[in-house]
Design a protein around this ligand. Structure first.
Ligand code: UT7
Length: 337
């Protein structure tokens, strides 16, 4: 009998900047108030980079270094780093390349992927495929975004939502019945106008006009995205559950992308999950785009036990959305001094 070789998460790391941007701080910047933000989004505060010298790669490196020190993994053991980000350091030169250099990963290759808020899920499946095939032994998947670099802090529709941060996981091969079991992903480019950073790419290269028109900031039609997010996340979670003969009552935890507490709770309700099953940290970090799911893993890793059945789900710009089913394994622990 052929033994299936799964990719399992064996280490987790996370990092958020020290600077807190609270709802009360935002009250002084735009026409909003704490009560509205908490009631409509569930966000109380978010972390942002306040040092202009710090870019997305720096957040990613901090998360990666925590992962390596907690797990007792040395930089030369890692074969590959996939950075999922919508806010790369540069348009050309991958953030993955910079992360490898800054973290001293001399034997790894690094690349970027971008699927906005769904990016970490997609990158996790790409990384898992490289492990399952045997092409790599240790792949690190990082979700990192410095959203403060694309947020217009005079636009109350968006500036209340986003924060900066990074989360990282390491994947390795196992013959045990744990790890990434399945994924179900979708994209629909017709949704692109509803959540977009219009300029800075090849369609609208940076120019005086794009600056004057403020096209380098993120722009969103929140109501359209809100409805599509609930539908898309619920549908793909159901697809994954059905394909794996699972009832939602058999799921230990749902780790949803953290964009809006009302979206998260609606998806949980549609799936018939209890509040304890749904992991949430949006109150502290806001929407960190690619980093939300690994930051939830980082925050709650001590709750997860061997064999726990976990569904990850996300929705974001593109539109892009999906769900992944994984069984939690064992995290490596660095030897105590
Ligand atoms: O991560 C990628 C995916 N992104 C998402 O999933 C985000 C999805 N969308 C959302 O989370 C929500 O749509 C928002 C949080 C962005 C907005 O919440 P909403 O309940 O959809 O509000 P709305 O846009 O329908 O606006 C309701 C009212 C409006 O006033 P009127 O027209 O009813 O008088 C807005 O002008 O709230 C007003 N409003 C605000 N008031 C205070 C909008 N933004 C604010 C604000 N503070 N920051």
């Amino acid at each position: 009998m052929r033994i299936r070789k799964n990719a399992v998460i064996t280490a987790v790391g996370g990092y958020v900047p020290d600077t807190v941007l609270s709802n009360h701080d935002l009250e002084k910047m735009v026409d909003t108030n704490n009560e509205w933000i908490v009631a409509r989004t569930g966000i109380k505060e978010r972390r942002i980079v306040n040092d202009p010298g710090v870019a997305t790669s720096d957040l990613a490196v901090r998360a990666l270094k925590r992962l390596m020190s907690d797990a007792g993994v040395t930089p030369h053991e890692i074969d590959c780093v996939i950075v999922s980000t919508s806010t790369p350091d540069y348009v050309m030169v991958s953030t993955g390349s910079i992360v490898c250099e800054k973290a001293g990963l001399t034997k790894a290759w690094g690349i970027d992927t971008n699927a906005a808020c769904s990016g970490f899920l997609y990158a996790l499946t790409l990384g898992a495929s490289m492990i399952e095939s045997g092409r790599c032994k240790k792949v690190v998947v990082i979700g990192a975004d410095k959203n403060s670099s694309i947020v217009n802090y005079s636009d109350r529709n968006t500036c209340i939502l986003f924060g900066d941060g990074a989360g990282a996981v390491m994947l390795e091969q196992t013959e045990e019945p744990v790890g990434l079991m399945d994924s179900f992903f979708r994209t629909d480019g017709s949704g692109k106008e509803n959540l977009i950073v219009t300029a800075g790419g090849s369609r609208f290269p940076a120019s005086q006009q794009t600056l004057d028109d403020q096209l380098h900031y993120v722009r969103q039609d929140g109501r359209v995205v809100f409805k599509a997010a609930i539908q898309g996340m619920t549908d793909t979670c159901n697809e994954v559950l059905q394909a794996n003969d699972l009832l939602s009552s058999q799921i230990n935890y749902l780790i949803p992308h953290q964009a809006n507490l009302r979206i998260i709770q609606s998806v949980g309700d549609y799936l018939g999950l209890s509040g304890d099953q749904v992991k949430i940290n949006i109150d502290r970090y806001g929407n960190t785009t690619s980093a939300t799911i690994p930051l939830v893993m980082w925050d709650y890793k001590d709750d997860f036990k061997y064999g726990d059945k976990i569904i990850l789900t996300a929705f974001g710009a593109g539109f892009s959305w999906g769900a992944t089913y994984l069984k939690w394994g064992r995290l490596r622990k660095a030897a105590q001094e």
